[in-house]
Every structure is written in C-alpha cells, then in structure tokens.
Write a protein that binds this ligand. Structure first.
Ligand SMILES: [Zn+2]
Ligand SMILES: [Zn+2]
Length: 715
C-alpha cells in the first residue's frame, strides 16, 4: 500500500510532542507545537485555480494558570526545614513547585488538546479542551481569530476541594508529604470527552479529568446555545482510582483516558496508567445521576511502559474495539456490550515509539512511528493483529524527518501527517520547521471521489474530498486526467448528489478553462444546471415545512407567495421542455408540483414594499435587486425576503445571506448550496465585546514569550 501526496503546508512553530494532531468533526485541525496549539480550519475554496488548500489559521498559547500556586505562599518559607531528600524531590517536580524563590518559574506548555463532539456549541461547533504541563485544564472557544478560555476547570475543582486542603492554611507548619499529596490533588494529568449525550431535549457531554493524586472527576458540560459562551460545568462524579500496584506506594499517574458509551446510560471509562496497566470503570447515569458500578482490570501487569494513546470504535455486532498504544506496541481490546474483555491481542511494530494513530474502520488502523515509518494494522477474523508497511515515498528518506502525529478528516478520505526535522540541534531548524503532509491512501475504497460519491448525506463533512480532487488537478499538467467524470442525469439526483455535481462542475470549469469566477451568488444556473435544481429542491422542502406550522407570520406568508411564483415559473418552463423531449422521471419536478399543490388556497401576502422607503415593488424578487427608487435590496438565498436588518446569517463559504425568520423554522440554518451552517457575524451581534471582557484571551502572547523575545536585544 502507498500514500498519494496532495500537498504540504509549513507550521511556524516546531512540533516535538507525539500524537500532536487532532482533526475535529467541524473540520478544524489542531497541532500541538512547542509554544502552543496551532489550529487550521479547512475552508472550502472551489473557485481557486492554485494547488493549495485554504486554511484559516489561529494560535493559542498555554494558560498562565498554575493550579498548585495557591499552596506555595507558605511552603516557600518552609522549604528549608524539609530534609534534603524531600526538598530536591519537590524541586525537581516543577508542576508541583512552579513558583519558588530563587528558582526559574515553570513555563507551562500545552501537552494535550482534544476536540469535543460536534454540536456541543451551537451552531455545529466543537470546543477545544487543553491540558498544560502545570496541570491546568481549560475549555476554549474561538471567536473571530482569537481563542478564549470560557471555562477554567482547574479553578472550579479548587473551589470544590479548597476546604479539605491543609497546606492552604497560613502560618502553620506543613510537612512535605502532606504538601506533596495535596498539590498532586490539583495537578491534572489527562483529559477526555464523552460522546454527545441527550436527555429529553437537552444535549450535553461528559468531560473527564484525572489528577496526579488518583482522583478521577467527571464533569457534565451542557450544550452552549448560539451567540453565547457561558459554560455550565457541574461535577457529576468524583472517584478515587488510586488502587496502587504493589510495587509503588503512591498513586500511579493516569496518562490517558477514553470514554466509551456501551448502551443507553451505560458507559465505561478506560484508564491507562504510566506503569502500563489498563483498567476500566463501569458507570451508570440513570436517571441523570452518575454512579460507579464496577471496576475492571483489562491488563493488570506492570510493564513500566506508559500508555500513550487510547482510541475506540463501535463494532456493528455491538462490541467495542479499543486500540491502545504503548511505546512500540499496539494493543487491541475487544469489549462486549457489558464492557467485559473478550479478546486481547498485541503486536510489536518495528521502529521507534508510535507517534500517531488513526482508526479507519472496524478492523483497520494506520499508525506512524517516530523514525518515519507508516504502518497499516489489520485485525483479522481470529482477532489477531497483522501489520504491513505503507510506502510514503513523497517524504523522501534522505530528508531525515521524524513523524509526530497523524489525523484523519471526518469523511475519512484525507489524512495529515506531521513531520519535524530529525536533528533537533540542526541550524536549519528555524528555517525548516515542521510540515503538515496532506495525503490520501492509494486503495480502491479510500479514493476521495469514491468516498464522496458513495456518501448519501452530510455534504458539509465531505468538502475535503472536493478540495483534494481540486488540488491534485490544479497541480497536474493535464487536469482532465485527474478530474472525475461528472454524472449528468440530474433529473434523478437527490439534493446531496446535486450539490456534488454543482461544485464539481464549478471546479472543473475553473481548472480546465482557467476561468476566474469571482462570486457565485445568483440563482440563475449559468454555471451548473444543478444549481437551480438545488434551489427548487430546497424551496419545495421549505414550503412543505411551513404547511406544518400552525401560525404563519407575515414573513412566511410573503415568502410563500414568492416561492410559489418561482416554482410556477420553473414548472411552466419544464412543461415546455417535456413536450419536446421524452418523458422521464424527474424527482425535482415531482417535488415542486407537490409543494405547489399543497400550498394552494393559503392566505398569502402578495404585495411587497421596499423596507427602506415603502415603495411597492412589482418586479419578481429573483430578477430585480433594486426597488423602483433605486435602493439596493439584498435578499435571502432561500426565502427571497429582503434583508435590511443587521441581525442576519450568512454562509462562510459562498457568502449567501439567510433571513433571521428561518431561525424559527430550522434548528440550524444551513446554506442550501454548501450545506455549511450559516452564522452571524459576532462583531455585529456584540458577542465579541462580551467575550473579550469576560474571558481570558489565550491568543495574546503571554508575558514569558514577550520576555523571551526581548532578551537578545538587551544583550
Ligand atoms: Zn426603496
Ligand atoms: Zn454557501
């Protein structure tokens, strides 16, 4: 098997940590670098003839919050009374003693960043959770180009346990062991998200944090409504998993956590330890009260190899496949519906430690190793693991790079491999930083065009397939050889297939004719015949939706009038062509006829006045964009209503506008052509000011970065 290189993108900060890449369900790619997390948001860019993907880049620094700092005010004075042994062991554990007199402060680094499930923040957005080397946990949300800490889990946890901490009391002697144990209670070591949960009409997620003391805390995070950034985090359960192994006297560090929902209200948390043990905690959250049911010891032998990652996939037979990595071992655990272990297997990979892992499907996994190896791992029918090498020729062996992370897009078509220079002291390191390699696999069922064509819905998560095809064709001397053949049987296509056809036609036209298109915001099908059909389809389903509504407001009644007019004009045109050509089945026409029939005999508003001057408009709304007095009237892409207020949504890709009245009819307003959620401009709505005032902006350079960049000038 081999990879097909699509393109490479440089990352400005060096990447040194393993498992650094994470691709969210809302198409954001996070890369943990030396200085913070770099986020790349993939932007659909179908009108671009240049062979590069378009990423909206943003960056966040680690929070300066040091959770154990609160205990240090008194300890600073007492350190000299401790024995040398205690003193030095505390000094060397810098997350526990981040600020000590005469010692350089601990500068935190982000060590883990993970995306929440999609929809935890409306409209269809993910939150990012970060964990720093100092043990601070934050939930982050992006507004504009900035990342804000909208929930500081470490502070909430401190408030809960504050009363039980002795070391916090001033003017008392605190012995070293008590201090160490209490400081460890504040230092988080790993984090994980649950899948999106639902009870009645409410959506929420569980968020897991483990602490150095062996405390495991499960938080319930409620869905954040649109135009809000207020997080409601409540503690659902706090358990002590400190059943230390016989060889150690203190709690073993939890390095990785993974949440698995087995059935309704039944979950298991997989706990991976620093000493190599893998345990499970079975939970029950019915009725909304979380309780611990049992503990399972999946692997209880101590092999001193820290667990470096845990991922899982639900199998069609109801079981769960859990893939765990430790150094250069891959361990596969198959759990049944009760969370009991039924198969357990492992395989050793040739090479250095494993640095990236992506589960493609129930039985196939891809991993990368630090020494530049890429392997395909298969779970066969006897639940045995086999591995075969993947040829990644595009990154030449002579370049001597190390692989640092692997991620896969939600459509499972596009992969990203993060590489760093092999020699860290090389003088080229500043000029040749880390690189993101975009690629797809050269096997039949992983071809982006095939994945796109075999999909039935969710066009929004398949944009990367179109982008990969576009980039490959733009790179090629003969784009025709790369571009797929587009099906022209539009009559029988669903709206999903029509969208694929429309965008693929546009891409083909741009690349073949090198024709630069600036904007695609009219509903006349100049470019692709699929475009008006998408509009007719969307209009028909919108009209049928309105019929079910009890009270139609004035907006609905005016919009229905426009849309019925449009459909009647469209159907009249279709009648003419039908007379001249053979009669064929036409899904869109049938749908439109039905919509017109169902909406007849309704009380509609048939006269439209200009919102700005009140002049009556007699022209059809999809033909004229001005009122008789010359006012320019932007119109909604679906309802055809005038948009003259500031509170409207627009599509971030094609820029089409959507009327605010649609919010009453849809849970989420999506662009009818791009299938991407339409959004408010946060600057206009005023959310931006609120979040700036109330939350810490982590995209601003922290004080230690500013000081570090000043030092050379002072010398
Ligand atoms: Zn006017
Ligand atoms: Zn759009």
């Amino acid at each position: 098997m081999e990879t097909v290189d699509v393109c490479s993108v440089n990352v400005s900060e060096l990447v040194t940590s393993s498992f650094c890449a994470n691709w969210s369900e809302d198409n954001n790619l996070s890369i943990i670098t030396e200085k913070g997390v770099h986020v790349f948001e993939l932007q659909p860019n179908p009108l671009c003839p240049v062979p590069m993907p378009k990423f909206k880049r943003s960056f966040m620094y680690p929070t300066d919050n040091l959770p154990t700092e609160i205990l240090l005010s008194d300890i600073n004075n007492q350190l000299n009374t401790y024995s040398k042994n205690e003193f030095y062991s505390l000094m060397m554990d810098s997350p526990l003693t981040p600020k000590i007199y005469d010692k350089a402060d601990h500068i935190p680094r982000i060590i883990t960043s993970i995306w929440s499930p999609i929809k935890l923040a409306q409209p269809s957005k993910c939150l990012l959770a970060t964990l720093t080397s100092a043990g601070a946990v934050d939930l982050l949300f992006k507004s504009g180009k900035n990342w804000f800490s909208i929930c500081n889990i470490s502070t909430i946890w401190l408030d809960i346990i504050k009363n039980k901490l002795e070391s916090i009391e001033p003017n008392k002697h605190h012995d070293a062991v008590t201090f160490r144990n209490e400081a460890r209670k504040l230092q988080a070591t790993s984090i994980a998200w649950s899948t999106l949960q639902q009870s009645s009409n409410k959506f929420y997620c569980y968020f897991l944090t483990s602490f150095r003391s062996g405390d495991l805390v499960i938080w319930r995070i409620d869905q954040i409504p649109e135009l809000s950034f207020k997080v409601n985090a409540t503690m659902a359960l706090n358990i002590q998993v400190n059943q230390s192994s016989s060889t150690t006297s203190t709690a073993e560090r939890i390095t990785k956590l993974c949440w698995i929902t087995l059935a309704n209200n039944k979950h298991v948390v997989i706990v991976g330890y620093f000493d190599g043990r893998i345990h499970g905690i079975e939970l029950d959250d019915e009725p909304e009260i979380m309780t611990e049911i049992s503990r399972k010891k999946y692997i209880d032998s101590v092999d001193k190899m820290p667990v470096t990652s845990i991922q899982s996939i639900k199998l069609t037979n109801g079981n769960t496949h859990v893939v765990v990595t430790k150094n250069f071992f891959i361990i596969s655990l198959i759990l049944n519906e009760n969370g009991d272990l039924i198969h357990n297997n492992y395989i050793k990979i040739m090479g250095f430690s494993i640095t990236g892992l992506v589960i493609i499907n129930e039985t196939e996994t891809i991993i990368t190793t630090q020494n530049g190896g890429m392997h395909f791992i298969k779970l066969n029918e006897q639940s045995k693991l086999t591995s075969s090498q993947i040829n990644n020729e595009s990154i030449s062996k002579s370049l001597k790079v190390q692989y640092r992370g692997l991620a896969c897009s939600p459509s499972k078509a596009t992969f990203i491999n993060v590489t760093s220079p092999n020699c860290q002291h090389d003088h080229l390191i500043n000029r040749e930083p880390s690189i993101l390699q975009l690629f797809h696999l050269n096997i039949e069922n992983m071809n982006p065009w095939l994945i796109l064509n075999s999909s039935e819905c969710n066009f929004n998560i398949h944009w990367d397939c179109l982008e990969v095809i576009r980039i490959k064709a733009a790179k090629s001397i003969e784009p025709e050889d790369v571009l797929p053949i587009i099906d022209e049987e539009l009559e029988t296509m669903s709206i999903h297939k029509l969208r694929i056809t429309m965008w693929m036609t546009l891409i083909t036209k741009v690349l073949k004719k090198k024709k630069i298109l600036k904007k695609i915001d009219n509903i006349v099908g100049e470019i692709s015949e699929a475009q008006p059909l998408i509009f007719v389809n969307s209009v028909s389903s919108y009209l049928l939706k309105l019929i079910d509504k009890n009270n139609l407001n004035d907006y609905n009644r005016l919009s229905m009038h426009f849309l019925r007019l449009y459909l009647e004009v469209y159907l009249a045109g279709e009648d003419d062509t039908k007379n001249t050509s053979l009669t064929k089945e036409n899904i869109t026409v049938d749908y439109a006829i039905n919509a017109v029939k169902m909406t007849s005999n309704m009380d509609l508003i048939e006269v439209e006045a200009c919102n700005l001057c009140g002049e009556i408009i007699t022209e059809l709304p999809w033909i004229m964009s001005n009122c008789p007095k010359g006012h320019k009237l932007p119109r909604c892409a679906l309802t055809l209503l005038q948009i003259t207020c500031l509170r409207y949504k627009s599509c971030p890709t094609c820029g089409r506008l959507y009327h605010p009245s649609l919010d009453d009819d849809y849970d989420q307003v999506r662009c009818i052509y791009c299938d991407i959620p339409a959004i408010y401009d946060p600057r206009i709505i005023g959310v931006d000011d609120d979040i700036h005032e109330n939350c810490k902006n982590l995209s601003v350079k922290p004080i230690w970065e500013i000081q570090a960049s000043k030092i050379p000038q002072e010398i």
